[in-house]
Design a protein around this ligand. Structure first.
Ligand code: MN
Length: 231
């Protein structure tokens, strides 16, 4: 096969305890999936889940035990952190039932849905797409993926994020409005899930801005923690 130029390399994420890597297909994100965060964004109640996407190459791998550089993006003065549990799909499908979702999940990781909040807010106000606020370069930091069998009781796992050692976000996966099975069910009605898809499942309350020089550390119980420095 001849290409007009070399194809982009496959984006991949390390798998905890294994030499193999998880090749990324797409990145789906769930909006407003913790009640306290929905409230802080000016919404209330359980609305149907909604989704947006980030490009696969927005991934920034944060290897365990290292501090990964996170470039401060252009065009923003309000660069927000959102700690999220990430679901890694190992077996694709469409119209997956919530009770069958586990058969499609390879594992879980700690992720950050980094957001240019000022641009997102401006686009919302104008009824325009959010892509510039959510789907920019380096907007999807992620740690190593832990295979599901080694991840413990992920539905009851605490998740947290600190900036420069101080708590910013702290909650529990049990507080998700739409749980993991329900997310997979809804998402797979709208798109055919593929092996390699990542699903950022939503963030709890406490989102706030970071600036150059800040260190973010984040974790989900049972998974590899991550640390990044904004540069
Ligand atoms: Mn989010």
């Amino acid at each position: 096969m001849n290409y007009t130029f070399s194809p982009s390399p496959t984006v991949s994420v390390p798998v905890s305890g294994r030499s193999e890597r998880f090749p990324v297909h797409r990145i789906y994100c769930v909006g407003r999936n913790y009640e306290e965060h929905a409230k802080e964004m000016g919404f209330t109640g359980r609305e149907p889940p909604f989704f947006f996407l980030k490009p696969a190459d927005a991934v920034v791998v944060a290897d365990e035990g290292l501090t990964a550089p996170l470039p401060y993006p252009s065009l923003t003065a309000n660069f927000h952190h959102e700690i999220e549990l990430v679901v890694a799909i190992g077996q694709g499908g469409r119209n997956i039932r919530a009770e069958d979702a586990a058969q499609h999940i390879f594992g879980y990781a700690v992720g950050l849905d980094m957001t240019r909040r000022d641009l997102q807010g401006e686009m919302k106000k104008q009824g325009r797409p959010w892509s510039i606020g959510k789907g920019f370069d380096h907007s999807a930091p992620i740690g190593a993926i832990t295979p599901a069998a080694q991840a413990g009781d992920i539905e009851q796992a605490a998740l947290w994020l600190q900036v420069n050692g101080e708590d910013r976000q702290r909650s529990n996966v049990s507080q998700l409005i739409w749980n993991i099975g329900e997310i997979v069910q809804h998402l797979s009605q709208a798109w055919e899930l593929q092996p390699g898809d990542l699903i950022y499942t939503g963030t709890p309350a406490g989102v706030a801005a970071v600036v150059r020089g800040d260190t973010l550390s984040a974790g989900v119980d049972g998974l590899c923690g991550i640390e990044l420095k904004v540069v």
